[in-house]
Design a protein around this ligand. Structure first.
Ligand SMILES: [Mg+2]
Length: 250
């Protein structure tokens, strides 16, 4: 690696770029006779302490469909909504109206979900080496689509990543999700750099590549197995298959 003089800054996506998510680390739960790694049981325990009469199978079914509905809403609006809203929606879809306690219960369900989900988050085994190689040569930033910022802030602290990043931008705090240019601009503003000086690195074609290019940045796509890109739309500036390959570009 030398120093690519075109760029003064490298901005990263978080999940599946620097931090991996392992569903196999989530609790194993039996649903309709099948083993599933999920946060659903932990959330159900919080729920069922307050409401009995809904069995786990039914709860889990609505837990999944509410999640899909919530994700679709976020995707279509390109907005980020607080994670607890997913559980407000779940309660509604179960036909339960806890009245003014709704937010309180949904908040506790969200905490149980996040604490359990955290078990699956681990630093990619090559990530620290890459960050060490770039740190000091480039200014580094991070932009993550995630609906619960305390989880990201504590994860970054726990993994000892704070020192690498000048800016950590989380969709839960900006209200916009990648690929919206607003979230990229927020990071550029915070680092006080121009889009042309920065290159973005991420694995999600739509969120990361289309998003970064629309904000005027160059983009490096970590193309994971099976990932596709729209045939005639935005092209990444570089395509790699694993994070350490960025050292050949930078
Ligand atoms: Mg990602």
């Amino acid at each position: 690696m030398g120093v690519n003089t075109k760029y003064s800054a490298v901005i990263f996506d978080l999940f599946d770029t620097i931090v991996d998510f392992h569903y196999s680390k989530l609790p194993l739960v039996t649903v309709n006779g099948t083993g599933v790694h999920t946060t659903g049981r932990a959330v159900y325990e919080v729920f069922s302490a307050q409401y009995n009469g809904v069995d786990f199978e039914r709860f889990y079914d609505v837990f999944k469909t509410s999640f899909e509905e919530f994700e679709e809403l976020k995707r279509s609006d390109q907005r980020e909504y607080p994670n607890m809203e997913r559980f407000v929606l779940l309660l509604k879809n179960l036909g339960i109206d806890p009245g003014r306690d709704s937010a309180e219960l949904a908040g506790r369900m969200s905490s149980a979900h996040m604490n359990t989900l955290r078990l699956g988050m681990e630093m990619g085994y090559q990530s620290r080496g890459v960050l060490d190689a770039l740190h000091g040569k480039y200014r580094l930033g991070l932009i993550s689509n995630f609906d619960h910022s305390p989880t990201i802030r504590s994860l970054i602290g726990d993994l000892n990543l704070t020192k690498y990043f000048e800016a950590v931008i989380i969709s839960a705090e900006t209200g916009w999700r990648k690929p919206r240019r607003e979230i990229f601009n927020k990071c550029l503003d915070q680092m006080d750099i121009e889009a042309a000086e920065a290159v973005f690195v991420g694995d999600n074609y739509e969120a990361d590549i289309v998003g970064a290019k629309s904000a005027g940045m160059d983009a490096i796509w970590i193309r994971k197995k099976g990932a596709t890109q729209d045939a005639d739309t935005t092209l990444p500036d570089h395509v790699i298959t694993s994070l350490p390959e960025i050292l050949e570009v930078l």
